[in-house]
Design a protein around this ligand. Structure first.
Ligand code: ADP
Ligand code: ADP
Length: 228
């Protein structure tokens, strides 16, 4: 469904991606792991259409993503992708329910419908009680569950999560991963999660290990070829 071929990306003299190819299937849960600086975030940003690779291709359902102009890529992202960052990145001036409703409004849904849908997503993620609070009033775990609700609200094909538990203690991290993976599976949304935490990678159907900007190995539920 989502496919990257031979991605290359440099920042000055740093080669962040040096020929990364990978594929994400419909509803598949994939972890991208590897040491710090191995290109995980850059790969995620290329897949999600946030940045463009210098060469290589990204395709969604066979259609090129990387060659689209800024506006078309923004539209494609809003309609097909949800993104969860390490630190929520909610709008601080808006309440939780307003934050979750925002992408629905961007996708031209009505105000009432957006607000109703946003509340129901907050319920599914067990943070309905936070609906009218602002991000500054929420715990780290609550923030991330609101961020997951916001990512899922548009009914995306793929959710991208960059170290979604990186700022949380292990209990809150587990709750966020349970909620993220549970709702992704229920709604048959693919999930691509960048992490250096083995407990997070253990949720995935498949793990792709990057090293020095290249794929060093892949493993599916237990059988590892990484480092071989
Ligand atoms: P990871 O997510 O695995 O830690 P990154 O994709 O963030 O790796 O980074 C890969 C390499 O590219 C690192 O050497 C990093 O410093 C560099 N890099 C990433 N983004 C930028 C940027 N915007 N400007 C300069 N260098 C960058
Ligand atoms: P991570 O390893 O989780 O990606 P980083 O701290 O490496 O976290 O990167 C955070 C942000 O900073 C990313 O958007 C990345 O593109 C950017 N970045 C990373 N390395 C550099 C760098 N050397 N110069 C400028 N920006 C960078």
């Amino acid at each position: 469904m989502l496919e990257a071929r031979a991605l290359r990306k440099t920042f000055g003299r740093t080669t962040a991606l040096d020929g990364v190819s990978l594929e994400i299937g419909e509803g598949e849960i994939v972890a991208i792991t590897g040491p710090s600086g191995s290109g995980k975030s850059t790969a995620l940003h290329c897949l999600a259409g946030v940045i463009r690779p210098e060469s290589g291709e990204v395709r969604l359902d066979g259609r090129r993503v990387d060659t689209l102009g800024e506006d078309a890529r923004t539209r494609l992202r809003r309609e097909n992708f949800g993104i969860v960052f390490q630190f929520g990145q909610l709008v601080p001036e808006l309440s939780a329910v307003e934050n979750v409703a925002l992408p629905l409004l961007f996708n031209r849904h009505g105000r009432q419908e957006s607000s109703r849908a946003a509340r129901s997503w907050l319920e599914r993620l067990d943070v309905a009680g936070c609906a009218d609070l602002r991000p500054g009033e929420l715990s780290g775990g609550q923030l991330q569950r609101v961020a997951v609700a916001r990512a899922l609200a548009v009914g995306p094909r793929v959710i991208f999560a960059d170290e979604p538990t990186g700022a949380l203690d292990s209990l809150a991290g587990e709750q966020v991963m349970d909620a993220l993976v549970g709702t992704a599976r229920e709604s048959r949304t693919a999930l691509v999660v960048v992490t250096h935490d083995n407990r997070v990678a253990a949720y995935a159907d498949r793990e792709i290990v990057l090293r020095d900007g290249a794929v060093a190995g892949t493993s599916t539920a237990g059988a590892s070829t990484a480092g071989a």
